[in-house]
Design a protein. Structure first.
Length: 157
């Protein structure tokens, strides 16, 4: 027998001292980087028309969005639906919507408010025109039409 025996070396345990720091860094990153959805769409996600010249809206807190499109489910009926905040509404509700949005801001901010219309590419022009008439009635004259970027010729297929 030999005098020198083989000693078994134990594998050292993994150091987990930095684990809480890493978890909190990841948590902080996702809290900062994540945006919360303001509105749950009750209509089908609108396929926006394409445009070649687009401009990004500044001060998103001053933008009131009106969604126009088809209902998600068959019980919604036929025709274009208008969504204001989290409910399906009629054209006549647009004036109350604008007034309620104005009440959330002070007089200086009200001058910079913009109404954004996100209408599906197949939305009836008459519906958008009726919405515009209601906006003119309440003196909400800054209107933005949301669009995607891309080839404009795809809109007519």
């Amino acid at each position: 027998m030999s005098k020198f025996g083989k000693k078994k070396k134990d594998v050292p345990a993994v150091n987990t001292a930095a684990l809480p720091d890493i978890v909190f860094m990841l948590l902080f990153f996702f809290m900062v980087a994540t945006t919360m959805r303001e509105t749950t769409l009750l209509i089908k996600a609108p396929k926006l028309p394409s445009a070649t010249e687009v401009k990004k809206l500044e001060h998103k807190s001053l933008v009131s969005t009106i969604y126009v499109g088809k209902a998600k489910d068959a019980s919604g009926g036929k025709g274009d639906k208008i969504q204001l905040n989290d409910k399906i509404s009629t054209v006549n509700d647009v004036t109350n919507f604008i007034y309620s949005e104005r009440d959330k801001h002070d007089a200086e901010e009200q001058k910079a408010m913009v109404t954004s219309i996100k209408a599906d590419i197949k939305t009836n022009v008459g519906t958008v025109s009726d919405i515009k008439d209601q906006l003119i009635e309440v003196n909400a004259l800054k209107i933005s039409y949301s669009s995607g970027t891309g080839d404009v010729s795809n809109n007519f297929k």
